[in-house]
Structures are given as structure tokens and as C-alpha cells.
Design a protein around this ligand. Structure first.
Ligand SMILES: Nc1nc2c(ncn2[C@@H]2O[C@H](COP(=O)(O)OP(=O)(O)OP(=O)(O)O)[C@@H](O)[C@H]2O)c(=O)[nH]1
Ligand SMILES: [Mg+2]
Length: 492
């Protein structure tokens, strides 16, 4: 009797907490926005530009609340999660604005709370809402997300797939050293730390080589082998797939048993907590992709990118029967797949880039075990590093983009010094989208076919300043469209 009474009061208290939590939520609603993408996709620049444009009232004509003057102010507040590193907004903006340098690579998760005070468009909503929305922006590596499918795989499955992927033509040479080492080691031999470490290091070196390869291969798990965060060197990261395991159960004390246990530890202590604590709490998600780099590298790289996007999408809204479904506490209802760096193309090609991303996303949605979220696409530049112009060549007038290439960048044998503004004819994206995806067509890097687009990296733009020395808003392409899709409806 007594114990059931305690249970009752506990439950009541929890229910009450939830209720009051809801009530506070009502007065200051929050929206968790996940920002992901493989490394160098443009996450840090996107978040910095988004926050700067909102705080400083940047030019955002497609962001309805801003355009109609309903945003009173936007400001940074303390983030709700004390254990997650803060997104270092001020440092990134200082690099972009003062040094005209791109921010450093960020290798782990971070978070920032941006609060927007606004006036509702309708009188009805004005009466019932606080006119305040906190957006919790969470930046995390896409590589970590690609680990989620591991939750449904045994060590034997993981090993088999790793070896299958390793002998694909695009990876065969890169995986050679690891496969050779692996062939010399007997999984059934006694466990020994040195063999485990040598295998793990060799396997990680192969994954890193894929990442650096100019064929722009996207990523294979485990993601922490590429982005260890603070786990570098821990036993949960000291494992590697083993060859020829079949369905054999590991002999206790063997290398096989040791690797199997560490793989399971990786899932339990790394993958699952990350998914539960971060992914399942998201409301909205943007997936940034570096389509420019993949396009430049050819259809093989596009296919690889498509595979990565498929896997990423299937993690967000797992369909019925997926082992991931049970873990979700909230539902992501909108996902934006965004190709950044559109400022490398003349605006005439922006719609083509967007059409290519749409095709990629559609195919990924169709293939992923995925239900129920709105997926939209955009070709954008979070920070526009170029302007447009024309150059006369004989009788022809060519559309060009003008910017300052980063020191050391090369085009047609010319090396840039990082100071000189240069006009570049970027080339056009093909009108026929199929060509971009056609794996049987020429792969630019393998044949010596000229790439469709010429790709140099530019420095961030020189910003105009007012007479008082205040920098004007950061230039962008379609950042406002992205914002409208991601948070616009919450400010209606
Ligand atoms: N021209 C142009 N370049 C961009 C833009 N966004 C990102 N870049 C380039 O892409 C690089 C990577 O951008 P980041 O924002 O640091 O990418 P990230 O996804 O945070 O990368 P990691 O932190 O390494 O995972 C930058 O250093 C720039 O060279 C953009 O809008 N325009
Ligand atoms: Mg980053």
C-alpha cells in the first residue's frame, strides 16, 4: 500500500513537472535546429552568417517576419545545455569580418541560443503567444550521424560491409595497406593490444585518405575515426573490422572477441548517447552539402554524396519498423538539404544547381526508409565571397564572378597571392541534369576531361562600413529562403 502511494505521488510530480515545463514552454517557446553536413560543408559559416544577419538586421527579403518589420530584436542568450560546448560565434565572426579569413575547422558538437522577439502577424496569435522564440542551434559533424546505422549491425555485419566497400574501384588503392595488414592477422589468435592498435590505426588512416582524396569520396563509418572529438586513443576507438569472420562466434580471449567487445562499446558509449541526447531532441534540420566539390569531381563523387545524404536522411525520420524509431522523443518535421557556396557560380547557374540538389534529395528520400517530414532544397551561399560582372572577349561578353582567390589557389597555371581581385569565368552547369548523375559518363578526374566548372576558393568578401565604422550586413545568396523554411512558420 505504502509503496503504491509513493509511486502515485512520484508519478503525479513528474506529470506536474511536465505540465509546468509545458507552461514555461508556452511563454518562451524554443525550437531546436540541427545543422549538419560532412566536414568542410559550410556549417560554421552558415551558422555565423545566419546569426549575424538576424542580430544586425541584414538584408533578408525572403524571410517574411524580417521583411514585414515584425522582428523587434534578436540576441544571444545562454544555451540550455551546460555540458555542450558553446558555438564560438564571436571568434568566427571576427575571423570572417576583421581578418577576411574563413573560420577554423570545428571538430565536435557545439550549441548557441538565439532569441528572437517579434510581433505576430495575426491579432489572435498576438494575444496568446509571447512574441518570443528561442532557437537553439546545434552544430554537429555529419560523420557522427553516419554512425547511426551501426546500431542495427553486429560486428560481423560491420566487418563484412567494410571489406566490401574497401574493394570498390574508387577505394581499392586507398585501402590496400590496411587490407594487407589485416590479411596477416589471425582473428582467432590471442587478443593483443599491439595488433589491435596497428589494425585500428591502419584502418583509420585508410578512412582519412578517402576523406582527403581528390575524388571527393564521402564518408564511411565509424565517424569518430575521422572526428574523434575528445575520444582520441580510447579503447572504444581502438578496433577495426576483421576479415573472413562468417557467422563464427568469437573464441573467448581472442582478438576477434576483443574487437567485437570494443565495437559494441563504441555503439553503447558513443553512438547511442549522441543520438539520444542530441538527434532525437531536434525539431528542424538543415543538411549542408558541398555539391560544388562533388560536381567538380564527377559522377562517381556525386553517387557517393547521394549515398551519404540517403543515410543521413534515414536517421532523422526512420520509417516504421526501424530500430531507431523508438528512440525519438520529438519529431523532426522539416529538413532542408542545402548546397552552399553557390557564389562560385554565376547567378544564371543557381537554378541549375538547385535542380541538381533537388534530384539528389528526391532520390535519397525515395531510397531512405523515411516518412513524414517536409524536405526542401536550396542552392545558397551563407556568405557571398564574389560579385558578378562581365568581361569582353573579342566580340563575346562573358558573365564572370569577381573575388579575391585565397593565397596559393591556382587556375590555368597562375598562382594567386591572396590580395588581388580577379575575374573568373566559372563555366556553366550542364543543362541536362542526367549527365551529372550518369556514372557511365566521364569522371572528370579520371579522364582528363575539363571539369564543367572552374573552382577556386575565394577569401571572404571585403565588407562595406558606414561612416561610423559599423560593418554592414554580411552578403549572402538565398540565406533568407533557408531561414524562412527553417523557422519562418514559428514567427507567423
Ligand atoms: N565562397 C564560399 N565559401 C564558403 C561558404 N561557406 C563555406 N565556405 C568554404 O568552405 C569552408 C568550410 O566551411 P566551414 O563553415 O568551416 O565548414 P564546416 O562544415 O563547419 O567544416 P568543419 O568544421 O571542418 O566540419 C570554408 O573555409 C570556406 O572556404 C560560402 O558561403 N561561400
Ligand atoms: Mg565547422
Amino acid at each position: 500500500m505504502a509503496s503504491s502511494l509513493t509511486t502515485f505521488t512520484d508519478e503525479a510530480r513528474i506529470a506536474l513537472d511536465t505540465l509546468s515545463g509545458r507552461a514555461t514552454g508556452l511563454f518562451s517557446p524554443s525550437l531546436r535546429l540541427g545543422v549538419t553536413g560532412l566536414s568542410r560543408a559550410g556549417k560554421t559559416v552558415f551558422i555565423s552568417a545566419l546569426v549575424h544577419n538576424l542580430i544586425h538586421g541584414g538584408r533578408l527579403p525572403l524571410f517574411e517576419a524580417q521583411k514585414s518589420g515584425r522582428i523587434a530584436r534578436a540576441f544571444l542568450e545562454q544555451q540550455p545545455d551546460d555540458a555542450v560546448p558553446r558555438f564560438q560565434y564571436e571568434d568566427h565572426i571576427a575571423a570572417l569580418v576583421n581578418d577576411r579569413a574563413w573560420p577554423d575547422s570545428t571538430r565536435a558538437i557545439s550549441e548557441l541560443r538565439l532569441t528572437i522577439e517579434y510581433e505576430s502577424a495575426s491579432g489572435w496569435s498576438r494575444m496568446f503567444s509571447s512574441g518570443k522564440l528561442s532557437v537553439d542551434i546545434v552544430d554537429y559533424p555529419g560523420e557522427w550521424l553516419l554512425d547511426l546505422p551501426l546500431l542495427g549491425k553486429s560486428f560481423a555485419d560491420f566487418s563484412r560491409e567494410a571489406f566490401e566497400m574497401a574493394v570498390l574501384p574508387v577505394r581499392e588503392d586507398l585501402s590496400q595497406a590496411w587490407r594487407t595488414l589485416s590479411a596477416q592477422i589471425d582473428p582467432n589468435a590471442d587478443a593483443d593490444e599491439m595488433s589491435a592498435r596497428r589494425l585500428a590505426e591502419s584502418f583509420a588512416a585508410y578512412l582519412k585518405a578517402c576523406k582527403l582524396d581528390e575524388r571527393a569520396l564521402s564518408t564511411l563509418p565509424p565517424g569518430r575515426f575521422l572526428m574523434p572529438g575528445d575520444l582520441e586513443g580510447s579503447p572504444a576507438l581502438t578496433f577495426a573490422p576483421l576479415a573472413g569472420l562468417g557467422d563464427r562466434r568469437p573464441r573467448p580471449g581472442s582478438l576477434h572477441a576483443m574487437m567485437d567487445r570494443r565495437y559494441e562499446a563504441y555503439k553503447t558509449h558513443v553512438v547511442k548517447p549522441f543520438f539520444r541526447e542530441h538527434i532525437t531532441r531536434l525539431d528542424r534540420q538543415i543538411v549542408l552539402i558541398d555539391a560544388m566539390q562533388a560536381l567538380n569531381a564527377g559522377p562517381g563523387a556525386m553517387a557517393d554524396l547521394e549515398r551519404a545524404v540517403t543515410e543521413i536522411l534515414s536517421c532523422f525520420r526512420p520509417g516504421r519498423g526501424s530500430f531507431l524509431t523508438d528512440l525519438f522523443s520529438r519529431r523532426i518535421d522539416r529538413i532542408l538539404v542545402a548546397a552552399t557556396k553557390a557564389d562560385h557560380l554565376h547567378h544564371e547557374s543557381h537554378d541549375r544547381l538547385q535542380a541538381i540538389v533537388r534530384r539528389l534529395a528526391d532520390r535519397a528520400v525515395a531510397r531512405a526508409n523515411f516518412t513524414g517530414a517536409d524536405v526542401d532544397v536550396v542552392a545558397m551561399a551563407a556568405m557571398r565571397a564574389t560579385r558578378e560582372g562581365t568581361v569582353k572577349q573579342g566580340r563575346e561578353t562573358l558573365p564572370v564572378i569577381i573575388g579575391t582567390p585565397i593565397a596559393g589557389e591556382k587556375i590555368n597555371g597562375e598562382t594567386f597571392d591572396g590580395k588581388t581581385e580577379t575575374a573568373i569565368f566559372p563555366g556553366d552547369l550542364p543543362e541536362n541534369i542526367d549527365a551529372v548523375f550518369d556514372i557511365s559518363g566521364p569522371d572528370h578526374k579520371q579522364d582528363s576531361v575539363d571539369p564543367a566548372i572552374r573552382f577556386v576558393r575565394f577569401r571572404p568578401p571585403k565588407l562595406e562600413r558606414t561612416a561610423e565604422g559599423v560593418t554592414l550586413s554580411l552578403p549572402h545568396i538565398r540565406l533568407d529562403r533557408a531561414l524562412q523554411f527553417l523557422i519562418g512558420d514559428h514567427l507567423a
